[in-house]
Design a protein around this ligand. Sequence first.
Ligand SMILES: Nc1ncnc2c1ncn2[C@@H]1O[C@H](COP(=O)(O)OP(=O)(O)O)[C@@H](O)[C@H]1O
Ligand SMILES: [Mg+2]
Length: 280
Amino acid sequence: MPMSGIAPTFEAVPTLDHLRAAARRARGRVFSVQQGGRRWVVKQAVPGRGRARAWGGALLGRILLGYWLPRTPLRIGGDRQLHYEAGRLQRLHRAGEVVPAVAQVGEGFLVLEDGGAPLWRRIRHAGLDALRPVIARVAGDLGRFHGAGHWHGGAQLRNYLLAGEGERLVRIDFEEPLDEVMPLAARQVIDLYLLIHSITAFRQLSAGETTGLCRHALEAYLAGHAPDERMVACLVRAQATLRAIERRPGRLFRHTSKDLRRLFITAAAIEQTLPRDWRP
Ligand SMILES: Nc1ncnc2c1ncn2[C@@H]1O[C@H](COP(=O)(O)OP(=O)(O)O)[C@@H](O)[C@H]1O
Ligand SMILES: [Mg+2]
């Protein structure tokens, strides 16, 4: 696919040669380049998911929705995936949401304006008192975002930046085409789980503090947005399934799998915070 310039207001975007040379030097998939006195963040195309990971995504749908998702859209990769992400960023930008502007896309690269400093880096070692207001802000804003009819697809803490002096919260990472496989309510529920689950990753917090922080996030989310009945139905179904897994096979693995343990902390915090008549 040819490279297309998206925002004509950007004059000095890096050339393809510049991007290719920087990509050869880069250590990861996402790297930055300097051009025209600005910093650009570049995402490289990657091959689509393998069968196993697409199956994992379909399984998640089975848990949340009760039916198997089509696996083809979940295997998206290459320039198609970059164009997909660029399209989502542009639509959100037009809707007035704070996301990085797209400078150009194609030929294996998505070039974005520098959106700010990663939130995660700033808070990963913070104590509970410093975390509480930040988490409430992120969760409250996710509620507002959902209330406006949007969804993220990757609402975990690692996918936020802080711009300016930290006054603007910027969402990034929109490459999962979940809109092609499930309804809005389910995508929003996935966002909520991803956010709460990412809050269980602070190693400096005790178990009680972690659960408290997850609950604090959910309360802030619910203060910013009252989920409609479809989202509630989806949430109740997901909770019931997670609890059933925890009771049966999960019990065997909870002492060996940190991931499972974190998932169960997420489910428990959600269960404790949901209004009583929503609980499974
Ligand atoms: N527009 C941007 N401005 C500043 N940093 C960015 C931008 N886009 C991505 N990053 C940084 O690169 C990391 C990876 O980008 P992301 O879009 O989340 O891709 P991945 O799919 O690899 O998670 C982010 O966590 C963030 O630190
Ligand atoms: Mg990311």
